[in-house]
Design a protein around this ligand. Structure first.
Ligand SMILES: Cc1cc2nc3c(=O)[nH]c(=O)nc-3n(C[C@H](O)[C@H](O)[C@H](O)COP(=O)(O)O)c2cc1C
Length: 153
């Protein structure tokens, strides 16, 4: 059964709501036979990345970049994953207070260097997450799950 890793850095209620939405979307009843594993970015490492078949990434924007927690994850798993995880599907959501563009770009650069395949446009949420934002993150995560189900089962 393909495994979907939902990776997040959660330091506030807004981020918690978005991470919950990501896990809900990844586990949608509309997609069968995909195992969902949710991990805080600070507790995840190369084994988690290698053992997954696709990724849903979530991070706050921090000084125009991804969070240090997600960067730490990538620092740990970059070389083990390089050449071993190419073409795996992923999608990204970012939360910020004003401007998430730099954070989105920073993650996309690393994902692209690893050869990961973006299967949904990034979802950027600014300020308190609205119902539509939570739904957008659910839909994003469900898209990665559906991609795995279609391609691997
Ligand atoms: C050190 C620091 C840097 C931040 N940098 C950015 C930034 O570059 N762009 C942005 O939109 N938000 C930025 N933020 C806001 C965080 O993304 C935001 O606090 C986080 O997503 C949690 O949201 P909340 O505080 O509304 O719950 C920053 C916050 C901190 C603490």
């Amino acid at each position: 059964m393909p495994r979907l890793l939902v990776l997040h850095h959660t330091v506030s209620p807004a981020l918690h709501a978005l991470a919950e939405a990501a896990t809900q979307g990844a586990s949608t009843d509309e997609v069968e036979a995909v195992e969902v594993v949710t991990r805080p970015a600070l507790l995840a490492g190369a084994v988690d990345a290698l053992e997954a078949d696709g990724y849903v990434l979530g991070t706050p924007a921090n000084i125009g970049y991804m969070s240090g927690a997600l960067k730490h994850f990538f620092d740990q798993c970059y070389y083990p994953c390089l050449g071993a995880t190419g073409n795996r599907p992923y999608a990204l959501w970012v939360h910020g207070e004003s401007d998430t563009a730099g954070a989105v770009r920073s993650v996309e650069l690393v994902a692209s260097a690893l050869g990961w395949r973006r299967v949904h446009l990034p979802v950027s949420v600014v300020g308190a997450p609205q119902r539509s934002d939570l739904e957008a993150v659910r839909e994003l995560a469900a898209t990665v799950a559906a991609t795995l189900a279609l391609e691997m089962t």
